[in-house]
Design a protein around this ligand. Structure first.
Ligand code: UD1
Ligand code: CA
Length: 436
């Protein structure tokens, strides 16, 4: 069982400097979703065909995705030519699936169904067709007679001679290795784009008298959303968001407005968490039971402990680890900082590169001055310390447990436990000054 994922096309229609298949959907590149679906369906030998130009960008972008091989199609001469570029490892007795790298919503379930179909209906090749009704768009048209494949005609090559059809070519195929290899040798590029169309291979096989079948899938057509334009990309983000959020809700996560919560597939959320509108959770966030993520929060690689409340409008950047029963309120930014249980940081504060002890109160307007223009320095705050309003903690600095820092202080020296630290001008009164 081998998989070939086509990802060498230029993606001209995206009008973007980024490789088409590297555009992110909820924090992950388009093509990575395809590779993960193939893996989940049991494929261990997966070749991604990348372009001569931009191929390195794709390889690099997929470096965290284990077990992929790469093949290079120097010039994008069509989908058929791309498969040829990736066919180096294919043996005649292999079963091969071909997937489009621009189809991120394809599921492992669909791939398994297609393989079952081929098992139950022995043949040399299977073409998967999806019912598109009025929405044929630029999908290739699939023609068959009772599941016996006739041909695929590209949208731009369709003429009045062709009968109407509602079935679009998903661009996903299963082949017996030997038939694929022989078909690829016989392709020609005599079409309106002078490209080698992979869609010609099943036709060549059929003309040789081999059995080629059409698998008419019942899967929702959103599964086969191919991304050719920015508008398709936005559509795919919408479907992916829905799929991910439905999964969380099924696990007992309460979402006030799932349409406006953008949660990456890598995020873990426990049951009993509430997510308000306009939340973005990216990377390896972990949200523990009973936590609340308020409106408009943006979290990246952050951990939130049990029963903690975050937001509205908080920004938790990578390395934020928030304990249990904490409160990280409105307009608070946290970066690379650990907050132990019970910390209150209720509003308008910044804490970066810091370790904060239990039950610390970090008041409105307090900040860590963690960067001296060259290096980052750490701040340590002991358990039960009280940081007053509008305090500047100039790092590196340590505030002892149970210490109190007076409002408006700029702290440059360590404060021992149980001490009061105060660093500000004394107030003076000029009597009747205003009357003069
Ligand atoms: C293709 C199919 C069409 C099908 C549609 C489904 C052909 C000729 N047409 O059209 O029938 O309905 O997919 O989305 O196959 N690619 C390469 N090298 C190339 C050209 C393309 O690797 O030289 C890759 C692209 O990166 C992309 C995939 O193949 O991931 C599909 O190519 P694309 O140009 O998007 O084909 P469609 O016009 O969508
Ligand atoms: Ca496409």
């Amino acid at each position: 069982m081998k998989a070939i994922i086509l990802a060498a096309g230029k993606g001209k229609r995206m009008k973007s400097d980024l490789q088409k298949v590297m555009h992110p959907i909820l924090g992950k590149p388009i093509v990575q979703y395809v590779a993960e679906a193939a893996k989940e369906a049991g494929f261990k030998d997966i070749t991604v065909v990348v372009g001569g130009e931009g191929g390195e960008e794709i390889k690099k972008g997929l470096s965290t995705c284990e077990g992929l091989h790469f093949a290079v199609q120097q010039t994008p001469l069509g989908t058929g030519d791309a498969v040829k570029a990736g066919a180096g490892q294919i043996a005649p007795d292999d079963d091969v699936i071909v997937l489009c790298g621009d189809m991120p919503l394809v599921t492992a379930d669909f791939i398994r169904e297609m393989m079952d179909y081929k098992k139950n209906n022995p043949c040399e090749a299977v073409v998967a067709a999806v019912f598109r009704g009025e929405a044929m768009g630029d999908f290739g048209r699939v023609f068959d007679r009772r599941d016996e494949f006739i041909e695929i005609v590209e949208a731009r090559d369709i003429t009045d001679e062709h009968p109407a059809t509602n079935w679009g070519n998903t661009g996903i195929y299963l082949f017996k290795g030997a038939s694929l290899l022989s078909g690829l040798e016989k392709m020609k590029n005599s079409n309106s784009q002078n490209e080698y169309y992979l869609t010609d291979v099943p036709k060549i096989l059929r003309e040789e008298g081999k059995t080629v079948r059409v698998f008419h899938t019942r899967a929702d057509m959103s599964v086969f959303t191919g991304i050719n334009t920015q508008s398709h990309l936005a559509e795919a983000v919408g479907y992916m968001r829905e799929r991910i959020n439905e999964g969380h809700m099924a696990n007992g996560v309460r979402m006030i407005d799932p349409r406006s919560a953008f949660i990456s597939s890598t995020v873990k959320i426990a049951r009993g968490v509430t997510i308000y509108p306009g939340v973005i959770l990216e990377g390896n966030c972990e949200i523990a039971e009973g936590a609340t993520i308020g409106m408009g929060c943006h979290l990246i690689d952050a951990k939130v402990g049990k029963s903690t409340s975050v937001g509205p409008f908080a920004y938790l950047r990578p390395g934020s680890v928030i304990g249990e029963k904490c409160r990280v309120g409105n307009f608070v930014e946290v970066k690379n900082a650990t907050l132990a249980d019970g910390v209150k940081m209720a509003h308008l504060a910044y804490i970066g590169d810091a370790d904060v002890g239990k039950n610390v109160n970090y008041s409105c307007g307090a900040i860590t001055a963690n960067y001296d223009g060259k290096n980052k320095h750490r701040t340590k705050i002991g358990d039960n310390a009280f940081i007053g309003s509008n305090v500047n903690l100039v790092a590196p600095v340590e505030i002892g447990e149970n210490a109190l820092v007076a409002a408006g202080s700029t702290i440059t020296d360590d404060i021992p436990p149980f001490a009061l630290g105060i660093a500000r001008e004394r107030q003076c009164i000029k009597e009747n000054r205003i009357k003069k």
